[in-house]
Design a protein around this ligand. Structure first.
Ligand SMILES: Nc1ncnc2c1ncn2[C@@H]1O[C@H](COP(=O)(O)OP(=O)(O)OP(=O)(O)O)[C@@H](O)[C@H]1O
Length: 255
């Protein structure tokens, strides 16, 4: 069964259709990149795929069940969603924040267990935040806050990750580390990963398939080898690109 399925999906913002008749299916271990211009509707589509926003038509299935019918807790056990912005209205430590990833797994009156704390600590270690557990989140740098958001997602340990610009605020080293982490989750644990990316070279390197969102209802999907080409991307972004291959990796240089 697919971790994620979209059937004849239509997504609108006001009276504008941004996605029309989209069918997609994501199996365990698969990684899909979503690319498109600013404002094309990538975040809106991702929130529909997460079951956080209703489609205008069609359906989203999470592990075979209609996302619209799932209780938020059930949805959170099936998918972990990384939004573009982190809201921190209250003071909290790094460890407390990472532990919120366990909340969908706990009963109404349960406290987090030692096992939950161990999971959170190993996720913090995986993103290079070990030793910062007691720090207040307001004291973190932008990149550290983004890595904490990723650690919180890993602590949630859902079978499907929906990531909206997971590389925001990250330097090159941490960008590669974050992408390697999700590649490992897909390879070793069979996690499905859908990520909105702005770098087609990283999408080619770290994903199996790509979905191009044109912003007027049209979408194109295919294997990264087939669809991430200078021709398709030049049209997508409205800017001429040249393609370079190096040791199996594909790069795109603006003309
Ligand atoms: N509630 C709203 N009211 C009016 N316009 C909206 C609303 N929500 C989104 N939009 C508009 O819909 C369009 C799509 O937004 P979305 O955030 O999905 O784009 P995106 O492809 O993720 O862009 P970016 O690459 O800049 O993050 C944008 O033009 C945005 O301004």
């Amino acid at each position: 069964m697919s971790l994620l399925e979209a059937r004849q999906l239509r997504v609108t913002i006001g009276d504008k259709t941004i996605i029309d008749r989209l069918d997609l299916s994501l199996a365990a271990g698969e990684r899909l990149a979503i690319l498109g211009r600013n404002g094309a509707g990538k975040s809106t589509l991702l929130s529909v795929l997460a079951g956080l926003r209703k489609p205008a038509a069609g359906a989203v299935l999470l592990d075979g069940e209609d996302a619209a019918l799932l209780h938020p807790r059930q949805a959170a056990l099936r998918r972990a969603w990384l939004g573009q912005f982190q809201n921190d209205p209250f003071g909290s430590t790094v460890l407390e924040t990472a532990l919120t990833g366990r909340h969908p797994h706990l009963g109404r009156w349960d406290w987090e267990s030692t096992k939950d704390a161990d999971l959170a600590c190993s996720a913090l270690q995986a993103v290079g935040l070990a030793g910062m557990e007691a720090r207040q989140i307001h004291t973190l740098s932008g990149g550290e806050r983004q890595r904490l958001a990723i650690a919180t997602l890993l602590t949630q340990a859902a079978p499907l990750y929906l990531l909206d610009e997971p590389l925001s605020h990250l330097d090159l080293n941490h960008q590669m580390a974050a992408l390697e982490l999700f590649a490992g989750a897909a390879r070793d644990c069979g996690a499905g990963v859908v990520m909105v990316l702005h770098d087609p070279a990283l999408a080619h390197r770290f994903c199996d398939r790509a979905l191009l969102v044109h912003g007027d209802g049209r979408t194109e999907m295919g294997s990264v080898d087939d669809i991430l080409t200078a021709a398709t991307l030049s049209e997508l972004y409205g800017y001429g690109l040249r393609q370079i291959e190096d040791r199996g990796h594909r790069c795109f240089i603006p003309e």
